[in-house]
Write a protein that binds this ligand. Structure first.
Ligand code: SF4
Length: 329
């Protein structure tokens, strides 16, 4: 039963999205049989598995790692409808920002997109109360950024209490949650608390991300960037704690290795699609085309990171520990 008194309908464990790939409803990620080769999947695909669509660049936070500090006007609903048509064939769309819930018409955007795509919403949750009821049942999950306890989140991101207020509103509407946390050297002690909070929230996954040297992160102390070896040790330590404490959320960690280069396709509010992060490109962006002017299938053809894209979203080029389902009783 949801907190609104709506009977919770048990969802199947996963939903197929074509090409032998399925979206795992519990861990909020894609998966394919281990026998299915990543290169073949990428070569056979005519569109990306997942894109990040920035419905605004505006945000009410100023996180110390934020890469999105340059502004562009929001796309209109008419422009978003053109983009929707041009995104035919994409399994999952992240309706992203900036902070997407700052758009008053965010519910209308969800209504426009949810029939055609699995929707996910990366958010700081602070405007959760305004939108939760309208978007419930239409998005697969909200991915809330949180760096663990109040003191750490307040220091590196924004107001913990505002975030948790919004998280409660999303939960009360029955919206599935995942958490993402940026990993600095100074936030390493907070990571077990992040996992514990995720477990209490019954989150699908905890996503750990290393900062990229762009935007606000250019001002970070060099000491805050951990090495790949330290990231591996951190993941291993958290995996052990996960077993000891029986945390259920999946754990996923992305580091910036060659096999993850360019794996994301980000669409800016003006329709410009870019591969991200491309390590030697200006601002880590590689322009691909514009989804206000052409279908994503045309952009996909000229995208040179297809295999990295599939490997990352299938969890094959990142560190992962699977979600543990709750016992049915
Ligand atoms: S990281 Fe996200 S929540 Fe933080 S300032 Fe940037 S857009 Fe806003």
């Amino acid at each position: 039963m949801t907190h609104l008194g709506i009977p919770a309908v048990p969802s199947p464990a996963s939903r197929p999205v074509g090409g032998g790939v399925a979206f795992a409803n519990d861990g909020h990620h894609f998966a394919a049989d281990t026998g299915v080769d990543t290169a073949s999947l990428a070569a056979a695909a005519s569109a990306p598995l997942s894109v990040i669509l920035q419905v605004t660049k505006r945000c009410n936070f100023d996180c110390s790692f934020c890469s999105e500090i340059l502004q562009l006007p929001d796309p209109t609903l008419e422009q978003l409808d053109v983009m929707r048509r041009n995104l035919t064939g994409v399994a999952r769309v992240f309706l992203s920002g900036g902070e997407p819930l700052m758009r008053r018409d965010f519910g209308e955007i969800v209504d426009m997109y949810h029939q055609d795509h699995i929707l996910a919403v990366p958010t700081n949750a602070t405007h959760g109360l305004q939108h939760a009821r309208q978007i419930a049942g239409k998005i697969a999950f909200a991915n809330v950024g949180l760096e663990g306890p109040r003191a750490t989140t307040n220091r590196v991101r924004g107001d913990y209490d505002q975030v948790m207020h919004g998280v409660r509103a999303l939960m009360d509407a029955g919206i599935p949650l995942s958490l993402s946390a940026v990993v600095y050297r100074s936030t390493l002690p907070a990571l077990p608390f992040t996992c514990q909070i995720a477990d209490v929230l019954d989150a699908g996954k905890v996503k750990l991300i290393m900062p990229l040297r762009k935007g606000n992160a250019l001002d970070l102390d060099e000491n805050e960037f951990i090495s790949d070896q330290e990231a591996a040790e951190t993941f291993s330590r958290l995996s052990e704690l996960r077993t000891v404490h029986q945390w259920r959320p999946a754990l996923r960690m992305t580091t910036w290795t060659p096999s993850n280069e360019g794996h994301m396709i980000v669409i800016e509010p003006n329709g410009v699609a870019r591969a991200w992060p491309v390590y030697d490109a200006p601002d880590l962006w590689e322009p691909l085309g514009n989804v206000l002017q052409e279908p994503i299938s045309a952009i996909w053809q000229r995208y040179r990171f297809k295999e990295n894209h599939f490997a990352k979203y299938l969890g094959r080029s990142i560190r992962t520990a699977a979600h543990t389902p709750a016992a049915r009783g």
